[in-house]
Design a protein around this ligand. Structure first.
Ligand code: URA
Length: 235
C-alpha cells in the first residue's frame, strides 16, 4: 500500500499533511527516513514510524457498544442520533453495525469494518445464538414457555426456530425472562412475546454468539474487542 495512504488511514494527518511530514523527514520505514510519500510499503511487515512512534496497521477493527435506548442502529439518519455517532469521528471510517437493534432496545452491539465476519454472524444458515433480557407485561405459564421454546407463529411464512427460555421472575401480571434465539427476524423478540399474548416493556441484548456484553461498559460507551473475543467470534 502507498505510504501516504497508510499514514492517512492511521489518522497521522490528511493526505496532504502526511506528504509534508514525509518531506520533512518525520517518517521512517525500517529505520530509514524516506522522502517520498508515494512509495509502496508492506503494511504487514515494514516498520513505519512517525516522529519515532511505531505505527501498526489494523485492517479490521472491532468495537463492542453498550447501545442505549433512543439511538438508531444505522450509519446515518436524518432525524435520530445513530450508534455510529457514539464513537469518536476518527474511529468510524468504514465502521458499521452488525445486525440491528430497535431504537428502544439496549445492550450489546458489535461494530466493525469486517464484512466477512458480519456476514457470517448474520447468515440465516449459521444460527448464531443471541440472548436477550426481556421484561414483559402479561402472564407467563408453562404452556407459553413451551410454545416459545418450540416455535411460535409471528405472522411469517414459518414459525420461529426453537428458542431457549430462562425464567428470571414471574409476577401476576408481568414477567422477566432471558430468551435465546438463533434467528434475526424483524422485531423478533417483541413479536414472539406478542404471540404468547404478552408485551415487551424493556429489551436488552446480552450476548451474540460467544460475545458477551461487558457490563462494566456504561450505556453509550464502547471498547475494542479483545483478541480472545475476536477469535471466539471467528471460530
Ligand atoms: N428483537 C426485537 O424485537 N427487537 C430487537 O431490537 C432485537 C430483537
Amino acid at each position: 500500500m502507498r505510504l501516504d495512504k497508510f499514514l492517512a488511514d492511521l489518522q497521522v494527518g490528511s493526505r496532504s499533511q502526511v506528504k509534508e511530514y514525509v518531506k520533512k523527514g518525520l517518517v521512517t520505514v525500517n529505520g530509514q527516513a524516506v522522502k517520498k510519500a508515494d512509495i509502496k510499503i508492506d503494511e504487514t511487515k515494514d516498520e513505519v514510524r512517525y516522529q519515532g512512534k511505531l505505527l501498526s496497521y489494523q485492517r479490521y477493527r472491532y468495537y463492542m457498544l453498550h447501545k442505549p435506548a433512543g439511538v438508531v442502529t444505522a450509519t446515518k439518519d436524518n432525524l435520530d442520533k445513530t450508534v455510529i455517532d457514539l464513537l469518536p469521528k476518527e474511529l468510524v471510517k468504514d465502521i458499521f453495525p452488525v445486525g440491528r437493534l430497535d431504537k428502544d432496545t439496549e445492550g450489546l452491539l458489535l461494530l466493525t469494518n469486517d464484512g466477512e465476519l458480519s456476514h457470517n454472524l448474520l447468515s440465516p444458515k449459521k444460527h448464531v445464538a443471541k440472548t436477550y433480557y426481556v421484561e414483559c407485561d402479561g402472564q407467563l405459564n408453562d404452556a407459553k414457555i413451551t410454545q416459545l421454546c418450540q416455535g411460535v407463529d409471528i405472522g411469517d411464512e414459518d414459525i420461529t426456530l426453537p428458542a431457549a427460555v430462562e425464567v428470571v421472575r414471574i409476577d401476576s401480571d408481568r414477567y422477566v425472562i432471558k430468551l435465546t434465539i438463533t434467528e434475526g427476524r424483524f422485531h423478533q423478540v417483541k413479536r414472539m412475546i406478542q404471540a404468547v399474548d404478552g408485551q415487551v416493556t424493556y429489551l436488552k441484548r446480552l450476548s451474540m454468539g460467544s460475545l458477551i456484553l461487558d457490563e462494566s461498559l456504561a450505556k453509550g460507551d464502547f471498547r475494542e474487542l479483545t483478541d480472545e473475543e475476536i477469535s471466539g467470534l471467528k471460530s
